[in-house]
Design a protein around this ligand. Structure first.
Ligand SMILES: C[S@@+](CC[C@H](N)C(=O)[O-])C[C@H]1O[C@@H](n2cnc3c(N)ncnc32)[C@H](O)[C@@H]1O
Length: 188
């Protein structure tokens, strides 16, 4: 998760994030160093408390005020329209009810708010898709529920009013693992 190319994608995606921000699937806080001074607060949702010690070290080193919440993306406790931006990186693959989590992200965004995402998912090549469909049941077991065959653009597009995204293979990953969707979705 901290390879050179993934770090570059994080930096690129997060450079435009601002205001009061929610991050879903905070993990060990790998995104934290790449938020700019335009981020005024960060609420970090992560259901796996095992990530906490490493995350806390990064939180202590960050100038951004961070509040952690041991929640799942499917069930956010925050009121409607709480955040300027929501961020989700390499997490939609692992959330069991991903549609519900995306609807929750939409709910907690303010009108005009933006959802920033980078995820791996279903390739546009039929031959790679076939392998992704074959391997996903194994991947789910060995990688904590991770699916490599989700059609991320359709999932995000169904939950938001607009979505702008690009799809590409990460340079340094096998094609079945490294078909990336990166974009910004908007709530009217
Ligand atoms: C591959 S890691 C990515 C972590 C981090 N976002 C990053 O970019 O390094 C997937 C993360 O999704 C989290 N996750 C799994 N199920 C979730 C859920 N239902 N709601 C929110 N996060 C979840 C995992 O605990 C893990 O931290």
């Amino acid at each position: 998760m901290s390879s050179v190319s993934m770090t570059d994608y994080r930096k690129q995606l997060l450079s435009e994030v601002s205001g009061d921000v929610l991050e879903i699937g905070f993990g060990t806080g790998l995104n934290l160093p790449y938020y700019s001074a335009a981020v005024t607060s960060l609420t970090a949702v992560e259901p796996n408390e095992g990530m906490g010690a490493i995350a806390q070290k990064r939180i202590n080193e960050s100038p951004i005020p961070v509040e952690t919440k041991p929640l799942s993306g499917e069930n956010l406790s925050m009121p409607d329209a709480s955040f300027d931006n929501v961020v989700c990186t390499w997490t939609l693959c692992s959330i069991p009810n991903v549609k519900k989590a995306l609807n929750e992200a939409y709910r907690v965004l303010k009108p005009g708010g933006r959802f920033f995402f980078i995820e791996h998912g279903l390739s546009d090549e039929p031959g790679i898709q076939a392998w992704q469909n074959r391997l996903t049941p194994i991947q789910r077991v060995i990688a904590d529920g991770c699916h490599i065959n989700r059609k991320i653009d359709e999932l995000v597009g169904a939950a938001f009013d607009q979505v702008a995204w690009e799809e590409f293979y990460a340079a340094d990953l096998p094609k079945v693992m490294g078909y990336f969707y990166q974009g910004i979705a908007t709530k009217n």
